[in-house]
Design a binder for this molecule. Structure first.
Ligand code: NAD
Ligand code: UDP
Length: 319
């Protein structure tokens, strides 16, 4: 297969690139490094089946001569501090970037895969969240640049399916973590791990009783690959239903690294969802999929990789 993957220099994009190359496929990665990392491109540049194009997918996707089998649209800042720093770019990559990807897939007779998000459920009034829930989103709050862009992205993707018979897949990804996240992306996993490794207090926003459910990245990649191999056109939740309060999550990470560290409370960001947990019945039934990597193991792998990365980035000691 030949796949074009937008957002290839991002956290999830880099894991997908690795999976496809290891499976013997050709990958054309596209990214503008808005929130990605150059090292996520550099690690694959020597691979004969990898090609990288630096481009803003909202402005247009590069024309590709060879026939594409898939266009996978993963480009978009995903961390709340990132997308709130780039609200217009986030709206554009969800809107124009998605349409550019859909058009490219249409030209090539390729299939189109959209990375949507649990954020389409907003601050949910239904718990856990099944795909049939329409969500509870503030349409003009500080998170709306991301939530509404992804809701629009789903809408236009389904419109291309209904109107142009494009073969599509849509996933709603719930909080996913693992190696190669940007240590400074401001998300809860990276903040807590980086803070604990640096020996500074862990910052819990608000009372910490809001909940999240954390999926290890390898489980997500497995779910994505399984969905590519079945025909199903409506959104599918991919997440780990193991739910934690943010405060308990801070304690778990703190206790693994340095139980003596304090946990401090800071103000809660606007429109922070109070609870989130995927209903994964559809993925189970459709894909025979469920997460295999629990929080203990996933955190062990993530913390190890952060430690290694910190060592590699240390300046050389003077002789
Ligand atoms: P990330 O920020 O690490 O990666 C996103 C990548 O997209 C970055 O490399 C960034 O530079 C690139 N990008 C952004 N705008 C672009 C543009 N206009 N043109 C080209 N490249 C652009 O985030 P991630 O965690 O890897 O998320 C990847 C995808 O998965 C996103 O679409 C995100 O919305 C979705 N998602 C992720 C999570 C999660 O928990 N990680 C949860 C829900 C949805
Ligand atoms: N959070 C926190 N401390 C941090 C970073 C985040 O308490 O240093 C909280 C945040 O308020 C939210 C949850 O952790 O309730 C998850 O935040 P994240 O930014 O990772 O992603 P979200 O699920 O909100 O998109």
């Amino acid at each position: 297969m030949r796949v074009l993957l937008t957002g290839s220099a991002g956290f999830i994009g880099s894991h997908l690139t690795e999976y496809f190359l290891d499976a013997g496929h050709q990958v054309i990665g596209v990214d503008n490094y808005l929130s990605g990392q150059r090292q996520n491109t550099e690690r694959f540049l020597a691979h004969p089946c990898f090609e990288f194009i630096e481009a803003d997918v909202s402005a247009g996707l590069p024309s590709v001569q060879e026939k594409l089998d898939w266009v996978l649209h993963f480009a978009s800042p995903a961390s709340p501090p990132h997308y709130q720093q780039f609200p217009v770019e986030t709206l554009m990559v969800g809107a124009q970037g998605t349409q550019n990807g859909l058009e490219l897939a249409r030209q090539h007779g390729a299939k189109f895969f959209l990375a949507s998000t649990s954020e389409v459920y907003g601050d949910p009034l239904v718990h856990p969240q099944p795909e049939s829930y329409w969500g509870h989103v503030n349409p003009n709050g500080v998170r709306s640049c991301y939530d509404e862009a992804k809701r629009y992205a789903e809408a236009i993707t389904l419109a291309y399916h209904r109107h142009h018979a494009l073969d599509i897949r849509v996933i709603r990804i719930f909080n996913t973590y693992g190696p190669r996240m940007r240590a400074d992306d401001g998300r809860v996993v990276t903040n807590f791990v980086s803070q604990a490794l640096a020996g500074i207090p862990l910052t819990v926003y608000g009372d910490g009783l809001q909940t999240r459910s954390f999926q290890y990245v390898d489980d997500l990649v497995e779910g994505i690959v399984r969905l590519m191999n079945v025909t199903h056109h409506t959104p599918v939740n991919l997440g780990n239903p193991d739910e934690y309060t943010v405060l308990d999550f801070a304690r778990i990470i703190r206790d693994r690294i340095d139980p003596a560290l304090p946990i401090v409370h800071e103000s809660v960001p606007a429109d922070d969802p109070r609870q989130r947990k995927p209903d994964i019945s559809l993925a189970k039934q459709l894909l025979g999929w469920e997460p295999q990597i629990g929080l203990e193991r996933g955190l062990e792998l993530t913390i190890q990789s952060f430690q290694q990365h910190a060592k590699l980035s240390e300046p050389p000691r003077p002789a």
